[in-house]
Design a protein around this ligand. Structure first.
Ligand SMILES: [Zn+2]
Length: 294
């Protein structure tokens, strides 16, 4: 229960509007990204335009490379060694992101980094963290507009999860840009201390959210809209670890997409975004984020 409360607290810090009442998470989820009514509405609208362009292929723009300006922020506890989240660690993390998004012609261009030593902002999962100092820190360090990716890494993550991020929304207010971005535990970066989750793919998963993707098990059901992407199979349960195969909806075609970055599998399991997810990310970029500078 405590884990869920802490995850909920992390989600509440991030959401620009009140979180929508989604079905309860089953088991221990490592990501606290939560869909808001606004983000669900915006993502559903993206799906509509994709369905419409299917019947009118001339409306499709040619595939262009997407280069996303990126800032990496580091906050470390004074007890952490100086090498934690150092320059080399961040470079390797950025490489992992570019390697995994590369096949989709999406690239992250590093624009800057910040580093801060602060025990109150990086207290560890049970240290307790106040909303206001955290917001003040995000406000101070967030750079760029809605088209700029800000990733915050914590040596001692304030919540007992691995990461959380914001989903894009139409009409997201500029006054809240500082809350837009992803928050990630340092133990998940390549070589980090969280076994099986330390290939840097929590960041890839969280950036998937930032680019408009929901969890493949969204809704936890074998029917209904699920993740609003048509080529990811229906999935009633999040995956834990890296099972050989799994099918939580045996009556529906397709096994669970355990190798999909938007499931909860461990890093060695993670291999792909589907063509439908790529299309969603590209459509989201041009519709909601591209050109929205600060
Ligand atoms: Zn997630």
């Amino acid at each position: 229960m405590q884990v869920k409360r802490i995850a909920a607290a992390a989600a509440a810090l991030l959401t620009p509007t009140s979180a929508v009442g989604l079905p309860k998470k089953q088991g221990r989820g490592w990501c606290a990204t939560e869909a808001t009514e606004g983000s669900l509405r915006s993502i559903a609208a993206l799906r509509e335009t994709e369905l419409a362009s299917r019947s009118d292929p001339s409306s499709l723009r040619p595939r262009q490379a997407i280069v996303i300006p990126t800032y990496l922020h580091v906050v470390v506890n004074s007890s952490a060694s100086a090498s934690v989240l150092g320059e080399e660690a961040l470079r390797v993390q950025l490489d992992a992101m570019n390697e995994r998004f590369g096949p989709h012609d999406i690239r992250f261009a590093l624009e800057g980094t910040t580093r801060r030593v602060d025990d109150a902002l990086a207290p560890g999962p049970y240290g307790g963290v106040e909303a206001e100092p955290m917001y003040a820190y995000w406000r101070e360090t967030h750079a760029g507009g809605y088209d700029t990716l800000n990733l915050w890494f914590y040596s001692n993550f304030p919540w007992d999860i691995f990461g959380a991020c914001t989903l894009p929304e139409q009409n997201y207010p500029e006054s809240r840009y500082y809350r837009d971005g992803c928050h990630i535990a340092s133990g998940t970066i390549p070589g980090g201390e969280i076994a099986d989750y330390n290939l840097g793919l929590t960041a890839v998963h969280e950036i998937g959210h930032w680019l408009g993707l929901l969890h493949t098990f969204e809704g936890y059901s074998c029917s209904g809209p699920g993740d609003l992407v048509d080529d990811t199979p229906q999935q009633a349960e999040a995956t834990s670890g890296c099972p050989r195969s799994k099918d939580s909806c045996p009556g529906v075609s397709g096994a669970d997409p355990i190798s999909n970055y938007m499931d909860y599998s461990s890093d060695p399991c993670f291999e792909e975004f589907t063509p439908g997810q790529e299309r969603r990310m590209r459509n989201m970029w041009t519709t909601l984020r591209e050109g929205r500078t600060a």
